[in-house]
Design a protein around this ligand. Structure first.
Ligand SMILES: [Zn+2]
Ligand SMILES: [Zn+2]
Length: 371
């Protein structure tokens, strides 16, 4: 279900550790790759993949082009705009370190203040264009809580009287032509249904686009709302907080409703992104729980469809519970496992120990052979 973190990434981290200890002679910078290590045809306008060259850059250093990484942090809410007539510098300074700590906390990473591999992997991953700004939520950051959901400033929500019925419609103009409209409609209907199963809000598709509550369209580059899209990968989509209803997808992505049919290595699952953006439309900001729908990043060729306990608690604290809402086995396991920072950290530790054991074994045997 979550191949990036659960299956590919950890074994891959062992591989990377070995690579760091026994580096190949060629420079390994500037190679675009996905979490699975595949080479991907990035749009040249999207520079995120080049950030990997800052891996392990330390405080006090001045790597060429670090200002671009600062602009990335600025974009997602971690650095203030530089004072007038000044630009970001390439210096890894105190302010950047603080931004990095905040980013790691928000993205559920180990708070090292360093550009370590796990942090860089998330930074270069495709993600939602909505910034990681929050206004409270469940996140009392105690160790055993599973609650990491968050709201937008002012905690806006839709305020129609009950029973609440929101309409959505697809732009007649801003569409993609390589996926059939019936498949797109079905994917969105399922995505809306997941949220309405948790809260007393119904969603129906409307014919008339201009008067629908939620207006969905695919846009390229600068499309007039101050949040320009950036070509293939990078930012995937964004949506506005209640009761705005604008829901925009980056037309430059290769959108997929079925990975058996869509073979592109950069394909992005439409239904997963739709489910995430509907969370924003309803008033949820980003969560730091990696498994949650409201976590900001999503790897290519990955499906992430089901609401997790964190998403359910977040949305129900805004709208109350659907009287027919039932905990399924996944949600019950979230509840009983206290799925949160504790288990993630202990799993991370387990993988680190195993990686070190493998390295020790290899070094040991290598030493014996060479003796
Ligand atoms: Zn988002
Ligand atoms: Zn937009």
């Amino acid at each position: 279900m979550f191949p990036f973190f659960s299956y590919i990434h950890r074994p891959f981290s062992i591989f990377l550790l070995l690579l760091l200890l026994f580096p190949p002679p060629l420079p390994a910078t500037d190679i675009p790759f996905s979490a699975a290590g595949e080479v991907i045809d990035f749009n040249p306008n999207n520079t995120w993949h080049t950030f990997m060259r800052f891996l392990d850059a330390g405080k006090g250093s001045r790597p060429d082009g670090m200002a671009d990484l600062k602009r990335y942090f600025r974009r997602f809410g971690y650095l203030p705009i530089p004072p007038e007539n000044l630009n970001f510098t390439d210096a890894f300074d105190d302010e950047f370190e603080q931004a990095l700590f905040a980013y790691q906390k928000n993205l559920g990473l180990s708070e090292t203040g360093k550009l370590d591999f796990n942090t860089m992997s998330v930074i270069v991953s495709p993600r939602c264009g909505v910034g990681d700004f929050t206004d409270g939520g469940g996140g009392e950051h105690g160790l055993k809580t599973t609650r990491r959901f968050a709201f937008f400033y002012g905690q806006p929500r839709w305020v129609q009287s009950a029973p609440m019925m929101l309409t959505y419609a697809f732009s007649p103009t801003y569409v993609i032509d390589y996926v059939g409209m019936p498949e797109i409609r079905a994917a969105f209907a399922r995505a809306f249904e997941r949220w309405s199963a948790a809260i007393p809000v119904n969603f129906t598709e409307a014919e008339e686009y201009s008067t629908a509550d939620i207006r969905i369209g695919w846009y390229s580059g600068d499309h007039g709302d101050g949040e320009a899209f950036d070509g293939r990968l990078g930012v995937l989509a964004h949506a506005f907080s209640p009761e705005n209803g604008r829901f925009h997808l980056d037309a430059a992505e290769r959108w997929a409703v079925d990975f058996d049919e869509e073979k592109s290595k950069a394909a992005i699952d439409l239904e997963s992104v739709a489910t995430h953006e509907i969370g924003h439309v309803l008033g949820l900001a980003h969560s730091s729980v990696k498994e949650a729908i409201m976590y900001p990043s999503l790897s290519p060729r990955t499906k992430k469809l089901e609401l997790r306990m964190d998403d359910v608690e977040g949305i129900q604290s805004l709208y109350g519970s659907n009287p027919n809402f039932r905990y399924d086995s996944r949600l019950e396991s979230d509840l009983s496992s206290g799925r949160g920072i504790v288990s993630e950290r202990s799993e991370g530790l387990m993988w680190s120990v195993m990686a070190m054991a493998v390295v020790a074994w290899i070094v040991n045997n290598f030493t014996r052979i060479s003796n």
